[in-house]
Design a protein around this ligand. Sequence first.
Ligand code: NAD
Length: 244
Amino acid sequence: MNNTVLITGASRGIGKAIAELFAENGYNVVINYRSSDIKANELYNKLVRNNRSAMLIKADVAVREQVDEMYAKIKSAYGGVDVLINNAGIAEQKLFTDVSEDDWDNMFDINVKGMFNCTQAVLNDMISNKYGKIINISSIWGLVGASCEVAYASSKAAVIGFTKSLAKELGPSNICVNCIAPGIIDTDMNASLDDNAIKELKEQTPLIRLGSPEDIANLALYLASEKANFITGQIISPNGGFVI
Ligand code: NAD
């Protein structure tokens, strides 16, 4: 039977590239999304047209009830998941003094609690199976901090602490928990950056380009594979040399 992967926030950007690559590699792909019905359906239809195995589930990862309902659907279709990719996330640039309590809560509800909700939903079955791979998407800003992104960088630092701690707890159950901390990737998340800002970011990157969603998907596929069975608790940062 095919392995099954759940990718959160998969209607566009990095999540979409991960969904396409895992589908090409024979996984049953569960595409989770929150609001972009059109984009999510386009991706789902494309995969199905190409004879890939896919399932589309609308759910807000920040809402426990919706996450539990999502997992119940996956369980009845595929029996559970072998790989969970906590990719859904939001970013916001603001002076720290302008960050409201709602801004802060919203950032942590999605970027941190969403990961907590999805991981708890899938975990009991992974523990029973004595097998699983959990891949959390952080950011270089979670590693080194970012001015005007205190809330985002703090939430992404939490993803790193979560990864390291859970890896220690789940090692005896043969569940690997790793984290990808991407550099600047060419997705809608960076759509607000102007040409000058993009030019500067490229110049500060030894490989002189932004990353592509596929750069991240390739690493996720490797971490999910049996080739990475001895890798757990690691924070791996594909960033073109931007942060060393
Ligand atoms: P994106 O904005 O294109 O994609 C994020 C996806 O998450 C969107 O599809 C969005 O709808 C979804 N999402 C947001 N809130 C959700 C919720 N509550 N429930 C379900 N889905 C939700 O951005 P991206 O660049 O593809 O980002 C993917 C991940 O990579 C994020 O966690 C982001 O923080 C991280 N990341 C991105 C970059 C970058 O430069 N683009 C760098 C480092 C890390």
